[in-house]
Design a protein around this ligand. Structure first.
Ligand code: SAM
Length: 219
């Protein structure tokens, strides 16, 4: 059997190996870089590469990244030679934010803050796109998720988004884990106001079946 990158926090360490009990995948507000290490492997890169390709395809130059960790999309954009953009990423997790800040400290157009999506904030550039990568599943109620998404988009005067979410059935998984997935109807409300193009991938990492949504405003 191939070993796939699997984060320790999702390994049911606290439970006996033989347990049949189900446990929710923790959706925390504070992570270390180590907690999410599997997302920074080569195997997980297509999840972020697809986001970079959407940005490049639309020529977006003003990017807000919600719950960004260290903002992996920046390295991919730079690797692809796409460097002329403004980026603001925020997250409640201090550790990845300090990594992002120090990695990009020499570039004044890439900025990070420790902050919550419930906080009031203002960016100083026109926001073309907001990235919600692995964050909307945090909000369990469909109406509250829709409200928060639309409220954040309107606060930033933004009409386009990139959403990334784990698919509702997985290959690299432990059936004792419960994850709040939203790919089976939890984003249907997007269709009312937006055009949505879906990119599906099956990556050899924990919960590697992912969907990236290219969400653009209807003309
Ligand atoms: C599953 S991770 C995804 C991180 C990153 N977007 C990615 O795709 O690699 C969810 C992130 O949301 C952050 N988060 C949780 N609650 C938050 C909140 N209220 N405001 C901002 N970020 C939050 C967590 O700290 C975590 O880094």
């Amino acid at each position: 059997m191939t070993t796939v990158p699997w984060p320790a926090i999702h390994a049911l360490d606290a439970l006996a190996k033989t347990t049949k009990s189900k446990v929710p995948v923790p959706l925390q507000e504070r992570y270390t870089m180590e907690d999410m290490w599997y997302l920074d492997t080569e195997q997980a890169r297509p999840m972020f590469e697809q986001q970079a390709d959407i940005i490049i395809h639309h020529g977006y130059t003003g990017i807000v990244d919600v719950g960004c960790r260290h903002g992996p999309v920046n390295q991919i954009l730079h690797d692809k030679g796409y460097t002329d953009y403004n980026y603001f990423g925020f997250d409640t997790s201090k550790d990845p934010i300090s990594v992002g800040k120090s990695t990009w400290q020499d570039l004044p157009n890439i900025n990070y803050e420790v902050m919550s999506w419930n906080d009031d904030y203002q960016v100083e550039f026109t926001v073309d796109v907001m990235i919600f990568s692995g964050v909307l599943l945090y909000i369990k109620d469909d109406i509250k998720r829709q409200d928060l998404f639309l409220e954040m988009m309107s606060r930033n005067n933004c009409v386009n988004a990139i959403i990334q979410e784990p698919f509702h059935s997985q290959q690299h998984w432990d059936d004792r884990l419960i994850l709040n997935t939203i790919t089976d109807g939890g984003l249907d409300w997007l269709q009312q106001d937006f055009n949505v193009v879906e990119y599906h991938m099956d990556l050899p990492v924990f919960a590697g079946r992912r969907v990236v949504y290219d969400v653009t405003t209807k003309p």
